[in-house]
Design a protein around this ligand. Structure first.
Ligand code: ZN
Length: 406
């Protein structure tokens, strides 16, 4: 067992052991079936020193990111979320042609394209070559790199420090969290602001979102452990907002210490976390017990439906789908296929369980009686898109936070 990646405490306490799991974003092709599929331990633990939840074993990043298949632009909800956020930041922080914005893990430019349209200079940083290429084709300057202190110092030395540094769904994926936060501090102009969005650890625990655990997702952040982490690097969290995206996320605002008045939201959320039990081991144990109960319930339901002669499929070939199917042991014996909107995933197989991935239209063509909604974080969007399938009698099964048929 490793020591805490933030404070260095040597004795992490295990919360949930998911066993050996395949890489959730490595989708094999049918012709890969004869080849061995690597599996790595996946175990969530909490640090009793700073209460940071983290997975205990890492997989080398090169294995993970060389061909990353998650293209943000394929979700309407994500595009809308990004556009609204950019409009707000431009107005609230008075950004203009003399400002400079950096986005870490800028993906295919789904967010920065809004700054480009507003003629505000910006730079994307994206480690996946195939995705960085798509962003450049849209006219968004994109560095193909991992963000950390080295890159931040290099950018600062080139006079490319930023007024605004954005990082959506990347902070929790950067294993060397001290290096990452030190990099944020190094690339920020004196009065600049950082805004990070990440799945919120309290929502993760309270809603039993265990399927968001996968190898790339190293940290499950509550606010409590982040204060000492930011302070260690001369930064101060001055505002936090809870947002509904991805099953409940936190949007965190920080700057150099003393540069921005600290708003009431920070103390309020800390007090709330204390009350909920962030510093009590029982809170984490209760989560693990709920995961076990949900697994029993869902597997029992799927088996019963199958025995009654119903045909079953799933929707959503994202990482969380892989974690759920593999940990629950749900494979081709229960489900016929997984539908997904991304053409990059169609024709491939789900990791480990090897269910074929097909376009969403397959739901209407094949008419499975029940479809397990693995992408529950996009439930509203998917249920609306699948109106015709539902009108034809198809039902969806939500696996989280409770097993529910809709
Ligand atoms: Zn710690």
């Amino acid at each position: 067992m490793s020591s805490c990646r933030s404070c260095g405490h040597p004795d992490l306490l295990p919360i949930l052991d998911l066993g050996l799991q395949p890489l959730a974003n490595n989708l094999p092709r049918p012709e890969d079936l004869g080849k061995p599929e690597p599996r790595f331990p996946l175990c969530l633990a909490v640090c009793p020193g700073c209460w940071l939840m983290q997975i205990t074993e890492l997989v080398p990043p090169v294995t993970l990111f060389s061909e990353y298949l998650y293209f943000s632009s394929f979700s309407d909800a994500m595009l809308r979320h990004a556009r609204l956020a950019v409009e707000r930041y431009i107005a609230e922080f008075n950004l203009g042609p003399r400002s400079f914005v950096i986005e870490i893990a800028s993906n295919d430019g789904y967010l920065l394209q809004n700054f480009v349209a507003a003629r505000i200079p910006c730079l994307g940083i994206e480690p996946a070559a195939n995705i960085a290429r798509v962003a450049r084709q849209k006219g968004i300057e994109t560095l193909e790199a991992f963000f950390g202190l080295d890159l931040a110092r290099q950018l600062a030395a080139e006079g490319r420090s930023a007024d605004l540094v954005l990082g959506n769904n990347v902070f929790a994926h950067a294993p060397d969290t001290n290096d990452f936060v030190a990099g944020l501090a190094a690339v920020l102009r004196p009065h600049g602001r950082l805004i990070l969005e990440f799945p919120y650890g309290v929502d993760f625990l309270e809603h039993t979102e265990f399927d968001t655990i996968y190898h790339e997702h190293v940290f499950y952040f509550t606010l409590t452990p982040l204060l000492p982490l930011f302070e260690r690097h001369g930064l101060e969290i001055f505002h936090v907002e809870r947002i509904p995206i991805h099953g409940g996320s936190l949007r965190l605002f920080a700057g150099r210490r003393g540069e921005h008045p600290v708003r009431e939201s920070v103390a309020a959320l800390l007090a709330r976390e204390e009350q909920q039990g962030v510093r009590s081991l029982d809170w984490y144990r209760g989560f693990a017990e709920r995961v076990t109960r949900l697994r029993e319930e869902l597997v029992r339901l799927l088996r019963t439906l199958k025995q009654r002669g119903h045909r079953l499929a799933a929707y959503g070939a994202a990482a969380k789908g892989s974690t759920l199917l593999n940990y629950y042991g749900i494979g081709t014996d229960l489900l016929d296929f997984v539908a997904d909107r991304s053409p990059y995933k169609q024709g491939r197989l789900m990791p480990g369980v090897h269910l074929p991935i097909r376009p969403p239209e397959a739901l209407l063509q094949e008419r499975p009686d029940y479809t397990l909604l693995l992408a529950w974080n996009f439930a509203d969007e998917i249920l609306a898109q699948q109106e015709a399938y539902r009108r034809a009698g198809g039902r969806f099964i939500l696996p989280i936070p409770e097993v529910r048929i809709v």
